[in-house]
Ligand binder design. Structure first.
Ligand code: GLA
Length: 366
């Protein structure tokens, strides 16, 4: 039986939050935490999925396309979408293990989807008969579709895209309307420090989809195809509900901040990077309303510490993590002091992860 293993990274977004599903700009980096998927073809029409993290094994008929409302929907959604896209898949054993923390806003779900899709495609690619559809198969879009249709999350393209296209030592500036993407430098001497608040508020999923609907209705009222095309000058005369106005304003200002951030990074303008991250966090807190007391406490605590260039929440919000750009020589003291300050403020012990921008999905040993 043929067997293939692929691993796909989680991600951290430097700036450009809640802009991806509005055709805007994002600046994520893949991180050095991964999900590994091992796929083995079997002769029966069964999909057997084992997760080492949950220590569970579940079995499905390959014709069954009904979501179950648990973790298996992520790998199964991918399997179903691949078959619908014309990839010839028979039965398979799928073993999944990962070290991307779950619920930390670091895209463990996209890393599962992309690792699973890559290992399943490899099974099919080694067949004699190779459908040409595979060559044009856009892995990131397929995985996003799997998540949109198999789980309740109407997520954008950022997480799956960076899990596929991540680069060592670089962030990726992605235009989510055209999917045009360019590597962006991370200034030398700076480290990416992720601070996991260790909370994930239950309302996250519903609020996420609600934000997306509010953005769509704001764009419609503004007469633009997406908020990517809105400008601040349009807002005063538009008949937007107060919440729609705030969502639109966040998107317009956040897109500008992403472009400014990329320029500032090129010119090593660290002060501007810090200001843009602070403004992004404030906008997510006040205009987009996706922050929470724990994320605010983590950002505020970081802002008092030596070595910090900038701090903001990263990912969908309502808990999860912050991203901190920190002078590398200050990282040991920074992580200790941040953990202590957050614990003092919230009585919660955070998880501090020092990460490196890393490569997107790749084959690995079994
Ligand atoms: C989640 C989604 C992404 C993106 C971010 C917010 O991570 O999966 O598509 O919308 O939230 O920027």
């Amino acid at each position: 039986m043929r067997k293939f293993a692929f691993r796909a990274p989680g991600r951290v977004n430097l700036i450009g939050e809640h802009t991806d599903y509005n055709g805007g700009f994002v600046l994520p980096a893949a991180i050095d935490l991964y999900t590994t998927a091992v796929a083995e073809s079997i002769d029966e029409p069964r999909l057997v999925i084992h997760s080492s993290n949950f220590n569970e094994t579940h079995e499905f008929n390959i014709e069954d396309e009904t979501p179950r409302g648990d973790w298996t929907d992520y790998p199964r959604g991918v399997y179903v979408m691949l078959r619908r896209a014309g990839v010839k898949l028979t039965g398979a054993n799928l073993a999944i293990r990962g070290d991307v923390p779950l619920g930390a806003g670091l895209s463990s779900s996209a890393s599962i989807e992309v690792a699973v899709a890559s290992s399943l495609i490899a099974l099919d690619l080694s067949e004699d008969e190779k459908p040409t559809t595979q060559k044009s198969l856009n892995l990131a879009l397929l995985c996003q579709k799997a998540e949109n249709e198999f789980t309740e999350a109407r997520c954008g393209i950022m997480d799956q895209f960076i899990a596929v296209h991540g680069l060592v030592g670089r962030a990726i500036m992605l235009d989510c309307e055209t999917l045009h993407h360019t590597p962006a430098p991370i200034p030398t001497g700076l480290s990416l420090v992720i601070a996991n608040t260790m909370v994930k508020h239950a309302l996250a999923g519903g609020e996420y989809n609600q934000r997306r609907s509010e953005c769509e209705s704001a764009a419609k009222k503004l007469g633009v195809p997406s908020l990517r095309h809105a400008t601040l000058a349009m807002l005063p005369t538009a008949r937007l509900a107060p919440s729609e106005l705030r969502r639109a304003r966040h998107n317009i200002t956040e897109n500008t901040r992403v472009l400014q951030f990329v320029e500032a990074a090129k010119h090593n303008d660290l002060a501007t990077l810090g200001q843009l991250m602070a403004a992004s966090h404030a906008s997510l807190r006040d205009d987009f309303e996706v922050s929470c007391p724990e994320l605010n406490a983590m950002v505020e605590a970081a802002q008092t510490l030596p070595g910090l260039i900038g701090a903001r929440m990263t990912g969908g919000g309502f808990g999860g993590s912050t991203i901190n750009l920190v002078h590398t020589e200050d990282v040991p003291a920074f992580r200790e002091q941040l953990a202590a300050a957050y614990q003092r403020l919230t009585s919660i012990t955070p998880q501090i992860i020092v990460t490196k921008a890393s490569a997107g999905v790749h084959a690995c040993s079994i």
